[in-house]
Design a protein around this ligand. Sequence first.
Ligand code: GDP
Length: 482
Amino acid sequence: DAITVGELAKRMGVKANDLIRELMSMGNMVTINHPLDFETAEILAAEFNYEVENVGFDEEAILNVEADGSQTEDKLEDLVERPPVVTIMGHVDHGKTSLLDAIRETNVIAGEAGGITQHIGAYDVELDGRKIAFLDTPGHEAFTAMRARGAKVTDIVVLVVAADDGVMPQTKEAINHAKAAGVPIVVAVNKIDKPGANPDKVKQELTEFELVPEEWGGDTIFVEVSAKEKINIDGLLEMILLQAEVLELKANPNKRASGAVVEARLDRGRGPVATVLVQAGTLRVGDPIVSGIHWGRVRTMINDRGEQLKEAAPSTPVEITGLSGVPDAGDTFHAVKDEKSAKEVAQHRAQKLREAELAKTSKISLEQLYARIQQGDVKELKVIIKADVQGSVEAVRESLLKLSTDECRLVVIHTAVGGITESDISLASASDAIVLGFNVRPEPKAATMAEAEGVDIRLYNIIYDAVADIKNAMEGLLAPTM
Ligand code: GDP
């Protein structure tokens, strides 16, 4: 584990005596065989302009070691089917919350009655012995915020469209967020109980987004439901399970657990409380875990019915206590060998975070585009287009797509009429895209967020200027902006 002074000197290619002298100046009287703790080694390395990685902290190795000391690997025979994880998205008032409630009420896990429902941020239901997990925070904001932190949790998006209202701006946003994440969409045409309901109109409108029902020759599953009257809720679950079968979702339950944080908060009595979704392995009470920059041991584990669990298999959402602090939604969690390892990883991450904060590493920008294409680091430039009128959106999209080269493809991941919103920035951040605005400005909150996340926003009045900028950026000819 710990590296000695001599070993560190060898790896850095400096004389052991120089290191010892440096250590002495820091107040450490040591010999060549003295073991160094991680932080001291790190400070020392920095003195000689070495980076943390050079001292050999291997986070992956710590996270992937099994009880017997072997490295984790998934053998084919270990992989078993796991339930799908679903997020519900759609335009405001189209019935996302009502649908989540209806699903929950009609399909409580068989065999238990009168359990007290806990809102822990996710729940699971059962249909004919098959489970489905639902994330309880509907909408693409939460979905993309988690994705921006690196968590890929959702297997299937259920897109809710009200049959009396049709495709609306947030419907389109939801589609683009799901597509950017590569997550398949099942369409729930809701409110079919309403007199003005016109499901065919919804289907027609969605064909424009390549969501074509099977009866029209496409491969998108459409289900007509009423969340309010609880019509065809089981039908929707059936179809989700059908889509899941196509995806062949598998996980290995026979290893240490890992997954993502769905929601977390500080509870007055219980301390930090986190709802996590187990994505692989099996999580058990007592397991030492690390999540983001926090560590601890799973002290208690409950499900959304308030039942105490001893263990949780893949795709099970559970609320746990025992962490040293409150992680962020979208942080990963890992069960590890012992609490010491958990703490080491957490502290190492905190250190990295401080460094990143200082370096303020930014996302893709037009300025660095050429260099990154040359390094082979970037093969696509992803773009979000916002404009004051639909005509400009289309004109910009068409001119931009023509700029694609063999080295760098141009991909437009979202377009809309209107100002630049926080949702645009979070999509850009999660997808490493730039945002182009034509005769529009960012909303103040969006501007602040872009600044914090290092998202490049470019504002133009003339389409030609934008096209010229991007063309120049791709060829390394962009004039630096002040
Ligand atoms: P959300 O903003 O997408 O979460 O939408 P809500 O679930 O809050 O629903 C918005 C409104 O539509 C509420 O007044 C619901 O009662 C109503 N609503 C939701 N589903 C249905 C439905 O299937 N039929 C009818 N008639 N009303 C519905």
